[in-house]
Design a protein around this ligand. Structure first.
Ligand code: FES
Length: 157
């Protein structure tokens, strides 16, 4: 159940949009932040708020890289696998993350903290190899830098 405060805030934002459905990504992300991922209830709520069908929302949700239809960890790591990062060591960075978290790409660590997913170019090619964690960019990655980033996040948890 969506808290009234969040529902009212979203309704206010939607009322200011020229076309309600242009808010679909913003509304999906707001509900994802609330539920942890876009569960079926969230998809139906987005659809009701925007006067869309659940199928239309589902189509956007499964197309957009940063919405998750399955449960994810507290931190979602999107490691860039596009050409510049690939040339600058993407595979060794990906393999290091897999070993460090003891998971395969697409999975969540046993402690529920980290989910590792691939992503197309995130626009930080000048900092390759790069990744996003909860949509914040980390570049010039190395095993040492990854250790430091992950340890810091664990301490903050
Ligand atoms: S190719 Fe990785 S950020 Fe552009």
């Amino acid at each position: 159940m969506l808290p009234n405060k969040l529902k009212e805030s979203l309704e206010k934002q939607i009322a200011h949009a020229d076309h309600p459905r242009e808010m679909v990504v913003d509304v999906m992300l707001a509900l994802q932040d609330h539920y942890g991922y876009l569960n079926d209830e969230a998809v139906e709520t987005v659809a009701a708020l925007l006067e869309m069908s659940p199928l239309e929302v589902e189509e956007v949700a499964t197309f957009y890289t940063f919405t998750y239809r399955e449960s994810v960890g507290k931190y979602v790591i999107h490691v860039c696998d596009s050409v510049i990062c690939w040339m600058d060591g993407y595979e060794s960075i990906r393999d290091y993350l897999c070993r460090k978290l003891d998971i395969a790409v697409g999975a969540t660590s046993a402690d529920g903290l980290f989910t590792l997913l691939p992503v197309c170019c995130i626009g930080y090619c000048d900092q390759s190899p790069a990744m996003l964690i909860n949509r914040k960019v980390y570049g010039h990655l190395s095993p040492e830098k990854i250790d430091s980033i992950l340890e810091k996040l664990k301490v903050e948890t």
